[in-house]
Structures are given as structure tokens and as C-alpha cells.
Design a protein around this ligand. Structure first.
Ligand SMILES: [Zn+2]
Length: 445
């Protein structure tokens, strides 16, 4: 079963591509599966849009840019919707077969920990190992002293190609950062080895993004050194960046600062690969919370300038494209879209609770259900569709609906039957969203 899953899951590139090279320099030589250079993590909550999402990759490939899809769905989403991890793999595989996609594709066990990893082992080949909860917990014994003793190169004036001024790092700073992160790194090692004991071939990401304080580039360097010591052969790392990454809407923060931080992070990663023997395709993973349009050109420029790869998780808002398509379809589709909004408004506090730190909804800006009841399908679509310059766009309406997906889940077959009946208009919105608003901004100069 495991072998079949694995073989089916990774479609090797044709000869001459990046290929699945084996690492021999990291001390762990069992890494066969190599994550492609440009990968996009996409969400498909109701498992009906994988083909429309993949179609956006097909279009971009026709432009000469290869981006490999990684379908992800967190444990929280599965529990809200009542789905099983296997369903993500099944939907992805069906899409790959339907479109004859011959490049890579992956299924991400998103934000797993030791409590949740097991049910993803058979149907995922990418594991986002989330250790954010362990940040700040005290490391065991003399781990900090051992780490600092082992890494004299981290203390003093550390020159990193691509960063103008050397990083000035004191021994005390290394101790502080090690004290804050070594317990999380140890946990990443525990989870990594657990997966490794069950699967010979997988891609590991370490995520530390779901925390309050961003990791600075010097912290990232120290964390990568520690992960290398721990033997975690990670291919992506997801730090928390500065600024607000609210769900489903644009970035809020200082774009210049983000640009500097992102570029410095790229330089730190290249440095850490050479210094600590981490996989040479190690890259940043941006957990965008979807739709961070204003930083996408900054990321794209940095990638083209440095030749670095990236993993961007976005388009978890695909389910909003479903609502947009249903609204445009009119009739029962529009009626259900309006009903879901009315229910979301009734349950606004309960819906917002789990997402409080990643949404900014101003209740005064939310339209009344009576007003929405009179809207045409186009008005509903215009208010929801993420075209910020459109006069009818309402980001509060959008954010509330984005976190209301469990209300659609409650409708069960009523919702998914409408998706099937209106597959064309829904799919068109899904593909256009991903291609025009995400891929073009990220990957096309
Ligand atoms: Zn995340």
C-alpha cells in the first residue's frame, strides 16, 4: 500500500529536468524525493476544485513556467468539514489523471504534530512539521551550552553573501535564541524521525509561523544550524514574517521591511545550506494565509534575482471562488450563497473565535442580510471577489465568508450538488483566481 501510494504520488520529471537527485552531503543519504523549485500549496476544502486548480498550473506551464501543486488541508479544516486526509490525495490524483499532468505533485500533511501525524502517513508525501507551540519552552539539560560550544562560527561578525553588512552576533544572543528555539527544534527532530520510521521517502517542512513574534534573519540562521544538528533534512522552512497575514485578504505591513527581511532570509538559507550541509534545494515556505497580493511581486523579484525557489501556500480561498461561481450561476446557487452569509452574520462571534489573531473584521462594514438578499449574483461576486480596486469589493464581507466554510459543510450534499451542477462557472473562477491573481503576480516578471 505504502509503496503504491508513493509511486503514484510522485510523477518523476522527464530526463533533463531537475530530477530526483540523492543527497550525499548531508550525512543522511535516504532523501530521494526532491521538492521542485517553485511549488504552490493550495487548499481545496470541499475536494471539488483540484482539477480547476491544476488547470492554472497547466496554463502557467504553457507560459514556460513550471509550478508544482501541493494540495494541503490542515487537521482543523478536516475536523470542521468532517473529511479524512485520504480524500485530499484522491481528489489530487483524479485531477492529475484527468489533465494528464506529467510534472510533480504532492499532498501536504499540513501543520501536523505528534498527535495528528499518523493519519497522514499513508496519503501524504509532504509533511509540514509544526513546532510553533514549543517555541519558548526550555530546552533539556545543557542543550544550550552544548549548542553554543559547537557553533563558534555563529558568534562575532558573520558575513553572509547577499546581506550588505555582516551580522554582529554576540554569544549571549546565540544563547538567548538557542534557549528560545532548541526545544522546538528537538520536537521537529522527534516528529521527523517518527515519519522516517514509517516512510522511506518524503519531503519535510518545518513551520514556525503560527506564533506571535516574527523570526529575524539571524534567528533563522541559528534555527537552521540547530535543525541541521538535529538531523532534520528539511527542504522548506516556514518562518513567521513581519506584518499581518490575515486570512484571505492582502498583506498589512511595511513592504520595504518585508522586502529586506525576505531577501535577507534567502541569503541566510543559501549560507546555511553551504555551512551546515542542509539539502541544497532548501527554500522558504510562505504561509500566506492566502492572497498576499502586494508582497507577491517582491517575492517574485527576489526569486528571479537570486535563482532561489519558494513554496507559497495560498488560495485556501478557493472555496470563496466556489461561492462566487454559485452567486454568478444565480438561482439556487445564489440563494445558498446569500443564506450562508446570513448564517455567518448570525454566528459571527463563534466563527471568528478560532481565527481571532488572523482576521480584522469591522462589523460596521458588514452589509446587513436584508441588503445582501436584494443583491444580484454579480453584486455578490463583486463584493467577494478579491479585486481590491473594484468599487463593490468588501474585505470584511470576504473575511467573514472565508472563515464560514463550516456553514457550507453543514449543508452537505445541497452545497456539493450545486458545485457539481455549476462546475463550469465555479471552475472558471477557481482557475482564473489562481492564474491571474496569484501566479502572474508571483512568477511572471
Ligand atoms: Zn502556517
Amino acid at each position: 500500500m505504502l509503496l503504491v501510494t508513493r509511486t503514484a504520488m510522485y510523477v518523476p520529471r522527464p530526463p533533463g529536468g531537475m530530477g530526483a537527485s540523492k543527497y550525499t552531503h548531508s550525512g543522511r543519504c535516504n532523501l530521494n524525493m526532491t521538492l521542485e523549485k517553485y511549488t504552490v500549496g493550495v487548499g481545496d476544502r470541499f475536494a471539488h476544485q483540484a482539477e480547476a486548480q491544476l488547470q492554472a498550473c497547466v496554463q502557467l506551464a504553457a507560459d514556460g513556467i513550471e509550478v508544482v501543486p501541493v494540495w494541503n488541508k490542515s487537521n482543523r479544516e478536516h475536523s470542521f468539514i468532517g473529511s479524512e486526509p485520504q480524500s485530499v490525495y484522491d481528489a489530487a490524483k483524479a485531477a492529475v489523471e484527468a489533465l494528464g499532468w506529467e510534472q510533480g505533485w504532492h499532498v501536504d500533511a499540513d501543520h501536523i504534530n505528534m498527535d495528528t501525524v499518523d493519519k497522514y502517513l499513508d496519503c501524504s508525501d509532504f509533511f509540514t512539521i509544526d513546532v510553533a507551540d514549543f517555541i519558548g519552552q526550555p530546552p533539556e539539560g545543557d542543550a544550550v551550552a552544548v549548542f553554543v560550544g559547537k557553533h563558534p562560527e555563529l558568534v562575532g561578525s558573520v558575513s553572509i553573501e547577499g546581506i550588505d553588512a555582516p551580522l554582529e552576533i554576540t554569544r549571549e544572543y546565540v544563547e538567548t535564541v538557542a534557549g528560545k528555539y532548541l526545544r522546538a527544534v528537538a520536537e521537529a527532530g522527534t516528529i521527523y524521525r517518527h515519519i522516517e520510521s514509517r516512510k522511506s521517502d518524503f519531503i519535510a517542512e518545518v513551520s514556525m509561523d503560527e506564533t506571535d513574534v516574527p523570526q529575524t534573519p539571524p534567528e533563522l540562521l541559528i534555527i537552521l544550524a540547530a535543525l541541521a544538528d538535529e538531523g532534520v533534512t528539511l527542504q522548506t522552512i516556514a518562518p513567521k514574517f513581519t506584518g499581518r497575514f490575515n486570512k484571505g485578504v492582502d498583506y498589512v505591513g511595511d513592504l520595504e521591511q518585508f522586502e529586506k527581511e525576505f531577501n535577507d532570509d534567502l541569503a541566510v538559507i543559501a549560507h546555511a545550506i553551504a555551512q551546515y550541509g542542509l539539502p541544497d534545494n532548501l527554500k522558504l515556505s510562505v504561509h500566506s494565509g492566502s492572497d498576499k497580493f502586494s508582497i507577491y511581486p517582491i517575492i517574485g523579484n527576489a526569486l528571479r534575482r537570486t535563482g532561489a525557489g519558494v513554496h507559497v501556500k495560498t488560495a485556501g480561498t478557493t472555496w470563496l471562488e466556489e461561492l462566487i461561481g454559485l452567486a454568478e450561476a444565480g438561482g439556487d446557487g445564489l440563494a445558498l450563497a446569500k443564506e450562508i452569509y446570513a448564517k455567518a452574520l448570525e454566528n459571527v462571534d463563534a466563527l471568528c473565535g478560532p481565527y481571532a489573531s488572523v482576521i480584522d473584521i469591522n462589523p460596521a462594514q458588514l452589509p446587513t442580510p436584508e441588503a445582501v438578499a436584494d443583491w444580484s449574483g454579480d453584486q455578490y461576486a463583486n463584493a467577494l471577489r478579491h479585486v481590491q480596486e473594484h468599487p463593490e469589493f468588501n474585505q470584511h464581507f470576504r473575511q467573514l465568508l472565508h472563515i464560514a466554510f463550516k456553514l457550507a459543510a453543514k449543508e452537505g450534499a445541497r452545497y456539493t450538488d450545486l458545485l457539481k451542477a455549476n462546475a463550469e462557472v465555479v471552475g472558471k473562477n477557481v482557475t482564473e483566481n489562481l492564474y491571474d491573481r496569484h501566479f502572474k503576480r508571483l512568477f511572471v516578471a
